[in-house]
Design a protein around this ligand. Sequence first.
Ligand SMILES: [Zn+2]
Length: 78
Amino acid sequence: MGCRERSVKSELLRTVAVEGECAPDPRGTLPGRGAYVHPVPVCVDQAVRRKAFPRALRVPGPLDVKALRRYVEQAQGC
Ligand SMILES: [Zn+2]
C-alpha cells in the first residue's frame, strides 16, 4: 500500500483503524477493514504522505500512526 511494491500478504503488516488511530494488527485478529503495508518505517511514511490509510480503511479523517510507526521501528532488525 505504501510503496506499491507487490508482495505476498504474509510479508505485509495488517493495520486497522481503531478510534482514530492506525493500529498494527500482526496477527490479523482485529475486526474491520485492513490496510497492508510493509513493516518498515519508509513504507509507513509513504502511505501517510499519500493519505493511503484513511482511504484504504474508509475513514473520513486523518489517522494517528504513532503507535504503528513505533511498532515497525521495533520490528525492524528482528
Ligand atoms: Zn512497501
